[in-house]
Ligand binder design. Structure first.
Ligand code: XUL
Length: 524
């Protein structure tokens, strides 16, 4: 039997492809990790990469798949004979922007939950929409343009909500659902983000939306940290009552866990549910970074996260409320085509093998002798530039593997500089952070050392810290994130090569011009 020390904290991460769990101890050290993969372990939902791709850019995920995954994951934790009775608080992270539509019939669902039957059987009529739109959805261009028009332009909207109108942002998603099918909207009692939906299951009642995850909706005023009535009014009627009036700060204890979980899995009856947040704010927290640190997350989406004290909202990044410092903000640059694009290049030019991909990057000179590539996730939406000409393929295709990395990292470096970040260190996380060849290119482009973390999943680890924070706050509300005294567990991975970095600096202007013209395809 794996014995857990008394007082541990459970953090979940409902990401695109998996539901993951991390347990940390009081010293914020990782004790245990586990996960459920949607495609492999819940094949009855027929997802690929955890999602269903529909027509006209619609991308959704079945809500019941997420519900089933919760029971599956907790059963796995229980089967390892971990004594879940030592967990004092639970929090979570989830893919940002996705929305869950609770039906009118779901009202009071917690009063009817019994521990004998799995959740999905008891929540079969709890959702007004079976498939939730998620962050990969691009079907709301019309709603985005309408919102920007109603708010006197994209920059004005960004000045209030932190972001121009993005297709994946929840407000535009809600507007589309309202416009496409009024009956669904009318039958919706409550709209949750994926994070607050997951928290609601554990609470047995609708959980409030969290301020940093809520900043990814185009609905929140990021300075006042509350809903902006004029933006709510642009999207759909009576929206505040469906979202819940209250928006809560990260690390807020919400109440005890529902007895379903205590009785079925052996959690304490007084286990505290601490509000859940977005995966990006949780990742930022897990790094506990100081000034000049940038987190580069290389996963299904590629993101760059940073702490900003005086942000200037722009049209190429999102500004979110900072998850642990209520006067501060965080910057988020997101490329929706992350690992899929690298895999496309690996499959097309390196026989589907990362070893061959890495070998080909190492054989190719940094800077690709002046060549650049802008890649979508297929040949049709990829563009290459050789000399001054746009070509459909490099004269020697070996350049593709290096070019796909360089164009992404040059774009990130340029945008960090434009946001006013003087990057001193990069912390690499996500699947591709385990690839040393990729990290060397990252260090060379940014010209700073790259660090890695030993633990696998940064978002669920950040959620553990939030659970611990909420647990301490339940007895002392003045507790701050710094009181957790999280130890820096990062390890130096790659140092930059100075002459190579100088070469990249001298190519930035040309890259910037080319990306204005061609790079649009790679930005979300
Ligand atoms: C950020 C974004 C993605 C998702 C992925 O804006 O859309 O990073 O949060 O889970």
């Amino acid at each position: 039997m794996t014995e857990l020390l008394p007082d541990v904290f459970l953090g979940l991460d409902l990401s695109t492809q998996q539901l993951k769990a991390t347990i940390t101890d009081q010293e914020a050290r990782v004790v245990l990790e586990s996960s459920v993969s949607f495609d492999e372990e819940l094949p009855e939902f027929n997802t690929r990469g955890g999602v269903l791709v529909g027509e006209n850019g619609r991308v959704t995920a079945p809500v019941q798949m997420w519900v089933k995954a919760v029971d599956l994951l907790l059963q796995k934790l229980k089967d390892t004979q971990v004594d879940l009775g030592h967990v004092r608080a639970i929090s979570g992270a989830a893919q940002q922007h996705g929305t869950v539509y609770w039906s009118k019939q779901s009202l009071g669902f917690g009063e009817r939950l019994v521990p004998e039957k799995p959740l999905h059987e008891q929540l079969s009529n709890a959702f007004a929409l079976e498939a939730s739109p998620i962050w990969q959805d691009t079907s709301t261009t019309q709603q985005c343009r309408a919102l920007e028009k109603q708010t006197a332009g994209a920059q004005n909207l960004a000045d209030i909500s932190g972001s121009k109108a993005y297709e994946r942002f929840s407000g535009n998603q809600i507007a589309k659902i309202y416009q496409d099918d009024r009956t669904i909207y009318q039958n919706t009692q409550r709209i949750s983000l994926v994070s607050s939906f997951l928290a609601s299951l554990f609470l047995g009642t609708y959980a409030p939306i969290d301020v940093s995850d809520g900043s990814g909706m185009n609905l929140l005023n990021i300075w006042r940290r509350e809903w902006e009535p004029s933006l709510l009014g642009c999207c759909a009627p009576n929206l505040e009552s469906k979202l819940g009036k209250e928006v809560v700060e990260d690390g807020t204890p919400l109440g005890p866990v529902h007895s379903y979980f205590a009785r079925r899995y052996g959690f304490r009856e007084d286990l505290i549910v601490v509000n859940f947040t977005g995966d990006n704010p949780a990742t930022l927290l897990s790094m506990n970074i100081s000034e000049g640190g940038a987190v580069v997350s290389l996963g299904t989406s590629d993101t760059v996260l940073m702490h900003l004290n005086h942000p200037n909202p722009s049209l190429f990044a999102s500004i979110l409320c900072h998850p642990s410092q209520s006067g501060s903000h965080m910057g988020l640059i997101c490329y929706s085509n992350g690992s899929l694009t690298r895999q496309f290049v690996r499959d097309k030019y390196a026989n589907g093998s990362w070893e061959e991909f890495n070998a080909s990057v190492r054989q190719t000179p940094p800077g690709c002798n002046g060549r650049m590539g802008f890649y979508g996730s297929s040949s049709e939406d990829s563009i290459r530039i050789e000399g001054d000409s746009v070509v459909s393929e490099f004269s020697d295709p070996i350049y593709n593997t290096r070019a796909v990395l360089e164009s992404r990292f040059l774009s990130m470096h340029l945008r960090c500089m434009q946001l006013g970040l003087r990057t001193k260190r990069v912390f690499a996380v996500g699947g591709a952070a385990s690839n040393d060849t990729i990290l060397q290119v990252l260090a060379d482009v940014f010209g700073v050392p790259v660090y890695k973390f030993s633990s696998g999943n940064s978002a669920s680890q950040g959620a553990c810290y939030l659970a611990q924070l909420g647990f301490l706050r339940a007895s002392d509300p003045s507790t701050t994130f710094n009181d957790l005294r999280i130890k820096d567990t990062s390890q130096l991975s790659k140092q930059p090569n100075a002459p190579v970095h100088e070469m990249y600096c001298s190519s930035l202007e040309k890259f910037s011009e080319a990306s204005k013209k061609w790079g649009g395809i790679e930005l979300s």
